[in-house]
Design a protein around this ligand. Structure first.
Ligand SMILES: Cc1cc2nc3c(=O)[nH]c(=O)nc-3n(C[C@H](O)[C@H](O)[C@H](O)COP(=O)(O)OP(=O)(O)OC[C@H]3O[C@@H](n4cnc5c(N)ncnc54)[C@H](O)[C@@H]3O)c2cc1C
Ligand code: SF4
Length: 581
C-alpha cells in the first residue's frame, strides 16, 4: 500500500488486520446492547420511523426499545437540502407541529421557472400540477427541521445517539441482519492501533432500519448482499450556499428554479433559489444540481455552480449580500424504476437509502418521512403478531404497503420525466416530453423509460472531451473551493486512516489520471482529491487524499469510473458541521 513512497489506503476494510502483526495482541471483542429496532441515520426518514414506532408502542402500551445512531456531532449537522417541503407526511406524523414549534413557517408566496441563456431568461409557465409548482409548500432550513424532529423523537422515548457512525452490518448465522457495529476509535493514519484505541459497540435488534440517505455506506452493502437492486440508480450532486442578502432585495416566500445555462443542452441539471426569512434574517438558499451521468470528465460541478451565480438575473439578487454557508450532497435521480426491493430478513431500507426522492419535484423529504412511518407501522405490526420474543423481523408488508401510498404513486407518475432528458435534444426534448405526457396525461403512458448505463460508466476519455472554461472567483459572488469548504465547519481527527478507501491504490494514476484526466479532482466539492507531484520522482504525480476535508456528499463513491473509491464511515462526529442547511 505504498505508492511512490506515500501511504494511501490503510483502512482495515481494505488491509486485513487479522494478518497484520501490529494488531496481533489487540482485543477486538465488542460490548453489545439489544434493542427492538435500531435505526441507522438520524435524518427525516430515520427520525420519522423512530417517532412512529414509539407512538405505536405508547398507544398499545407496549415496551419497545428504539435507538437512532447518527454520525454527525449533532442531529441535523449533516443535513444538506434545498429545501421547499410538502408537509403531508409531517401532518400525519405530528399533526400539532405548529403548536410544538416546528421551524416550518415560511410559506411559498410566489414562484418562477425559467430557462437561462448566457444573458437572458426564458420564462416557463408554472401551471398547477407541474412537478415544480410549489403553491402551499414551505421553505425550510432542513437541518433545523431535522434537529427539531430529533427533539420530538427523544421526547417520544427514542434513544438518539449523535456522534455514532454505524460502520458494519452484523449478521446472524442464518444470514439475516443482526444489527450494526459502530466504528472503532483510536486507529492511526498508518492503520495501527493507537494508545487510546477503543473498539466499537454492537447494537443488536429484531429489525434494523437503514436510513442513511442517498448512497448509504451500509445500505450499499445490504443492497448487494440481498440482491435488492432493480434498475441501476442514477444520481446528481447538489451544491448549496446560504446567503444573508440585502433586505431591500428580499422577497420572503419567493421560489425560483432554472434549467439551461451554464450547463450544455445535453446535461441534466438546474438551480434552485429560495427566499426565507428566519428570525428576522433575510436569507436566500441558492443551489445547483448537476446530474452525475455527465460524460465530459472536464466538467466541474462546483465551478458550474459558481458560474451560474454570475448570471445577471441571479447576481442581482445576491450582490451586496454575505455568504454564510456552503455544502454539497448527492441525491437520487432514479425514481420509480430504480426503487429496490425494500425488505430482507432483519431489516429494510427507507428514505433516500431506498431512492424515494422525486427528482422532477426536487423533493424527497415528504417521501423519506412517509417511508419511515410505513416501515415503522409494518415492523410494529410484525412484532405484535409474532410476539415480543421473536428474534428477527422481515418487514415484507412495508414493501407492499408503501407501494399503495402517495410515495410510489407520485414517483410512478413522474417516472419518465428524468430519462426523457437523455436524448440528443437534452432539456428541450425533456420539456416537450413532460409537456405532452405529464402535464396532460400525468404519466399514464404505458411505457417506462430506462436510465441507461450507470453514472460511473458514462465518462468519456479526456482526449475526446471538450475543455470547459470557468471564470476565476472574485471573492464576492464567486469563491475558490477551499474558502467554501472552510464554511462547512468540517473536521475529522487527522490521525485516522483515510475513510476514502481505494480498492487498488494504482487505479487513480493508471486509469483515472491517464485516461480521464483525474475527474475526482473536479467532481469532489471539497477538494479532497489532489494530484500532486510525487516526492519520489517530480516528473510523476501521486494522488493526495485530504480526507479531513470530506463533507460526506458521496459523489466519489458514485462517479469514480471504476468504482475503485469506497466511502466508509470515519470516526463518529467527523464531517461537516452544517447549521441549518
Ligand atoms: C441539494 C439538495 C436539495 C434538495 N432539495 C429538496 C427540497 O427542496 N425539498 C425536499 O423535500 N427535498 C429536497 N432534497 C432531498 C432531501 O434532502 C432528502 O430527500 C431527505 O433529506 C432524505 O432524508 P433521509 O432521512 O432519507 O436522508 P438524509 O437526510 O440524507 O439523512 C441521513 C442521515 O443518516 C446519517 N448517516 C448516514 N450514514 C450513517 C451511518 N453509517 N451511521 C450513522 N449515521 C449515518 C447522515 O449523517 C444523515 O444525517 C434535496 C437534496 C439535496 C441534496
Ligand atoms: S471525498 Fe467524496 S464524499 Fe467526500 S466530499 Fe469529496 S466527493 Fe464527497
Amino acid at each position: 500500500n505504498v505508492v511512490n513512497g506515500q501511504w494511501t489506503t490503510t483502512h482495515y476494510t481494505v488491509k486485513d488486520r487479522s494478518t497484520d502483526p501490529r494488531w496481533k495482541d489487540v482485543d477486538l471483542a465488542r460490548e453489545s446492547d439489544v434493542y427492538d429496532v435500531v435505526i441507522v441515520g438520524g435524518g427525516p426518514s430515520g427520525l420519522s420511523a423512530a417517532i412512529r414506532l414509539r407512538q405505536l408502542a405508547e398507544k398499545a402500551q407496549k415496551e419497545l426499545r428504539v435507538c437512532v445512531v447518527e454520525k454527525a456531532s449533532v442531529i441535523g449537522g449533516h443535513t444538506l437540502s434545498g429545501a421547499v417541503i410538502e408537509t403531508r407526511a409531517l401532518d400525519e406524523l405530528i399533526p400539532n407541529w405548529k403548536e410544538l414549534g416546528a421551524p416550518v413557517y415560511q410559506q411559498v408566496t410566489s414562484e418562477s421557472i425559467a430557462i437561462l441563456t448566457e444573458s437572458g431568461r426564458i420564462p416557463v409557465p408554472v401551471l398547477p400540477g407541474v412537478p415544480l409548482a410549489n403553491h402551499g409548500n414551505y421553505i425550510v432550513r432542513l437541518g433545523k427541521v431535522v434537529q427539531w424532529l430529533g427533539e420530538q423523537a427523544e421526547a417520544a422515548g427514542v434513544e438518539v445517539w449523535p456522534e455514532i457512525a454505524a460502520s458494519e452490518v452484523l449478521y446472524n448465522e442464518d444470514g439475516s441482519v443482526k444489527g450494526i457495529a459502530t466504528s472503532d476509535v483510536g486507529i492511526g493514519k498508518d492503520g495501527a492501533p493507537k494508545d487510546g484505541f477503543a473498539r466499537g459497540m454492537e447494537f443488536h435488534a429484531k429489525c434494523t432500519i437503514f436510513a442513511e440517505g442517498c448512497r448509504g455506506h451500509l445500505s450499499k452493502q445490504v443492497l448487494d448482499k440481498f440482491d435488492l437492486r432493480t434498475h441501476a440508480m442514477t444520481y446528481g450532486i447538489g451544491l448549496k450556499e446560504l446567503w444573508e442578502i440585502d433586505p431591500a432585495k428580499h422577497r420572503p416566500g419567493y421560489v425560483e428554479h432554472t434549467m439551461g445555462w451554464p450547463l450544455n443542452v445535453d446535461q441534466y441539471g438546474g438551480s434552485f433559489l429560495y427566499h426565507i426569512e428566519d428570525q428576522g434574517q433575510p436569507l436566500v438558499s441558492v443551489g445547483f444540481v448537476v446530474a452525475l451521468d455527465y460524460a465530459n470528465p472536464n466538467l466541474n460541478p462546483y465551478k458550474e455552480f459558481q458560474k451560474y451565480k454570475t448570471h445577471p438575473s441571479i447576481s442581482k439578487q445576491l450582490e451586496g449580500g454575505k455568504r454564510i454557508g456552503y455544502g454539497a450532497r448527492a441525491l437520487n435521480e432514479g425514481g420509480f424504476q430504480s426503487i429496490p426491493k425494500l425488505h430482507f430478513p432483519g431489516g429494510c431500507l427507507v428514505g433516500c437509502s431506498a431512492g424515494f426522492l422525486n427528482v422532477a419535484k426536487l423533493k424527497g423529504t415528504h417521501n423519506a418521512m412517509k417511508s419511515g412511518m410505513v416501515a415503522a407501522e409494518s415492523i410494529f405490526e410484525d412484532i405484535q403478531q409474532k410476539g415480543e420474543d421473536v428474534q428477527t423481523i422481515d418487514p415484507a408488508t412495508y414493501d407492499k404497503n408503501i407501494r399503495d401510498t402517495y410515495v410510489v404513486k407520485e414517483l410512478k407518475a413522474t417516472r419518465n420525466i428524468r430519462p426523457s432528458f437523455n436524448t440528443s435534444l437534452g432539456y428541450i426534448g425533456g420539456l416537450i416530453y413532460s409537456g405532452i405526457f405529464y402535464v396532460f396525461g400525468r404519466g399514464i403512458e404505458p411505457w417506462t423509460l430506462g436510465h441507461g448505463k450507470k453514472d460511473n460508466e458514462k465518462l468519456i476519455p479526456v482526449k475526446d472531451a471538450k475543455e470547459i472554461d470557468y471564470p476565476k472567483p472574485d471573492g464576492k459572488l464567486t469563491f475558490d473551493l477551499l474558502t467554501s469548504v472552510s464554511l462547512t465547519g468540517t473536521n475529522h481527527t487527522e490521525d485516522q486512516p483515510a475513510h476514502l478507501t481505494l480498492k487498488n491504490d494504482q487505479v487513480p494514476l493508471d486509469v483515472n489520471l491517464a485516461v480521464y484526466g483525474g475527474p475526482e479532482a473536479r467532481f469532489c466539492p471539497a477538494g479532497v482529491y489532489e494530484f500532486v507531484p510525487s516526492e519520489a520522482d517530480e516528473s510523476k504525480k501521486r494522488l493526495q487524499i485530504n480526507a479531513q476535508n470530506c463533507i460526506h456528499c458521496k459523489t466519489c463513491d458514485i462517479k469514480d469510473p471504476q468504482q475503485n473509491i469506497n466511502w466508509v464511515t470515519p470516526e463518529g462526529g467527523g464531517g461537516p458541521k452544517y447549521e441549518g442547511m
